[in-house]
Design a binder for this molecule. Structure first.
Ligand SMILES: *[C@@H]1O[C@H](CO)[C@@H](O)[C@H](O)[C@H]1NC(C)=O
Ligand SMILES: *[C@@H]1O[C@H](CO)[C@@H](O)[C@H](O)[C@H]1NC(C)=O
Ligand SMILES: *[C@@H]1O[C@H](CO)[C@@H](O)[C@H](O)[C@H]1NC(C)=O
Ligand SMILES: CC(=O)N[C@H]1CO[C@H](CO)[C@@H](O)[C@@H]1O
Length: 540
């Protein structure tokens, strides 16, 4: 199979650096499915900011992105990159389970990623690394008894009036709870209730910060849908009592007509110049919240946080401006494993190369089902069909594996093509491309062997969908029998987003004109079983 996808503390001292002038920028910051961001600035890593986002059951997972200008982001590594780190992913059937809402922190030269793994059971996992630009440098996780979801990591420093212990703050049972964690052994202390929020459903996504003698607790409320909001409380003591912020919610787009909705699940960080920023998740859906194939993306808003005061975060808009660092991420060019994430791809799987770090599988792959440039076929990726299709049938076990390798949709408008060299020999055998949200929701264009009306086995092109998401109309299935001419050469299969609401599926044999098989409404891959994930344009 030949594959050619073309895709498109504010320092109040005399030595404080001057704040750079305001510069315009656009959201999303990390386009495509990049929900639940958590970011940290590492001054002694060349003033680089790092963020981690959610990947649920995709593998590799927990991507760590790096930037120096807060605009150009590069995939530095994947904190979750080998099955030994989380054997239980093999048995995770829930399409919205797995790994989400991690917290990234940096301290004493070490990076920490703490997360709940929702697999056969719910476990807390803590990954560490001293080299965020290398996936392999991420540790095997220290496991701990997590209380619920969305763990945060906070050092209650003695020289800042604390008890010197490390605390995890997480969400369970409609409240935010906190307990100590031994970073070496994973031993946890008793959980205490911190805060229930201001009354919204699902208080979650907590982060704790200490400033000017106050413990600040930032949380998400309202559920990660159109009522999503960020609220805050503070206390002189780590365990409360908590005083809610008088201008809660500190960040939300609910009850607005904004394109960016569901804004919430925020984290705050301070860049090298002392400027504060909030990152959060947002969905480009408008208030209708019906068409959103890109899923939940990472957005950023400038913030100010005066001494002894509450932070003030600007509402999230598509076009914003703020004191962006005057650095240049180009110095990251040769660092890390993945690409600058807004660049188009042209992948040719050169002999001896690895599968690019930004491509993902659904759970663990059968490694030998994905061969880069096998003997006699340089510059190709050979996929071996799995027994099950992308949906899996009733007897499908997650560890049977589906042959799927995917790239995030990072642009609303794009063209994606793959040159497929495949001659099916068994009835129903199929290979092609897919627009994939979950195993229950995807639109597939494949080359498949079908029995014709005349009873003959005929190679055909077939467009069909599994699931319907938020779409209510008829979803057409289209089948075209392929003549011998088509089969002599690789067939180029493609998906084109003709608008942010419509995908067109097409095919072309070399020297022939393009055949459009049909258009599919983006609502098909919005909502329902993939409410919390986002779109992948894929090959399989
Ligand atoms: C800082 O950047 C230089 C030049 O790119 C690189 O050699 C060095 O390793 C970087 N330091 C860290 C801590 O990343
Ligand atoms: C917080 O929520 C928990 C669980 O629902 C409840 O038991 C508790 O009474 C609530 N606390 C307050 C102060 O409302
Ligand atoms: C997947 O395979 C199952 C079982 O063979 C079949 O019922 C289903 O229609 C197939 N779905 C797709 C989208 O290929
Ligand atoms: C670390 C950092 O970003 N420093 C910048 C702070 O702002 C000044 C003025 O724009 C820049 O010169 C520094 O490079």
């Amino acid at each position: 199979m030949k594959i050619l996808p073309i895709l498109s503390s504010i320092l109040c001292t005399a030595w404080a650096s001057p704040t750079p002038p305001e510069k315009p920028y656009t959201n999303p910051l990390l386009p495509g499915w990049n929900s639940d961001p958590s970011c940290v600035h590492a001054a002694d890593h060349n003033d680089t900011t790092f963020c981690v986002t959610s990947t649920f059951i995709a593998f590799p997972g927990l991507p760590v992105y790096a930037s120096q200008d807060l605009q150009t982001w590069k995939l530095a590594s994947n904190a979750f990159n080998r099955p030994s780190q989380i054997p239980g992913l093999r048995e995770t059937t829930n399409q919205q389970g797995g790994l989400y809402a991690a917290t990234l922190r940096y301290r004493g030269g070490k990076f920490y990623v703490i997360v709940s793994f929702l697999g056969p059971s719910t476990r807390g996992l803590l990954f560490t690394s001293v080299d965020p630009f290398r996936s392999e440098a991420w540790s095997e996780p220290v496991e701990f008894d997590v209380v619920g979801i969305d763990p945060d990591l906070f050092w209650d420093d003695e020289d800042d009036g604390g008890d010197g212990k490390v605390y995890v703050t997480s969400a369970d049972d409609q409240r935010i709870q906190q307990y100590s964690l031994d970073l070496e052994t994973g031993e946890t202390g008793p959980a205490v209730d911190l805060w229930n929020g201001t009354g919204g459903v699902s208080p979650e996504g907590p982060h704790v910060y200490k400033r000017d003698g106050w413990y600040y607790l930032l949380i998400a409320e309202g559920g990660t849908e159109v009522d999503h909001a960020v609220t805050m409380a503070r206390s002189r003591k780590r365990t409360g009592p908590w005083e809610p912020c008088p201008h809660n919610p500190v960040l939300t787009n609910r009850d607005t007509t904004q394109y960016f909705q569901t804004v919430g699940h925020a984290d705050l960080f301070q860049d090298g110049n002392g400027s504060w920023w909030a990152v959060a998740l947002g969905t480009r859906s408008g208030p209708e919240w019906v068409t959103y194939p890109m899923g939940r993306e990472t957005v950023m808003a400038p913030a100010t946080w005066a001494e002894g005061e509450w932070p003030v975060i600007e509402p999230v808009r598509g076009q914003m401006q703020g004191p962006l660092p005057r650095k240049d991420s180009r110095s990251l060019q040769d660092r890390g494993e993945g690409p600058f994430i807004k660049r188009p791809d042209r992948l040719d799987f050169a002999p001896g190369s690895a599968i690019p770090a930004h491509l993902v599988y659904w759970r663990y792959p059968k490694v030998d089902h994905f061969a880069v440039s096998p003997a006699g076929h340089p510059h190709t990726l050979r996929l071996t069909p799995a027994f099950a299709n992308l949906s899996g049938d009733a007897s499908f076990q997650p560890d049977d594996g589906i042959t799927l390798i995917a790239r995030r949709q990072t642009d609303t408008l794009f063209t994606y093509t793959v040159d497929v060299d495949f001659s099916p020999t068994v009835v129903d055998e199929e290979a092609g491309i897919t627009l994939f949200l979950t195993q229950r929701q995807h639109v597939d264009l494949g080359i498949v062997l079908l029995e014709s009306a005349r009873g003959e086995l005929t190679p055909s092109l077939r467009l069909r969908a599994e699931g319907r998401g938020n779409y209510e109309g008829d979803i057409p299935t289209k089948t075209i029998e392929l003549s011998r001419e088509w089969l002599k050469k690789p067939i180029r299969l493609g998906i084109r987003a003709v608008s942010d609401e419509t995908y067109e599926f097409f095919a072309r044999s070399k020297g022939r004109s393009e055949t459009v098989l049909g258009s599919v409404d983006a609502k098909v891959v919005s909502g329902n079983t993939g409410k919390f994930t986002g779109e992948w344009a894929l090959l399989r």
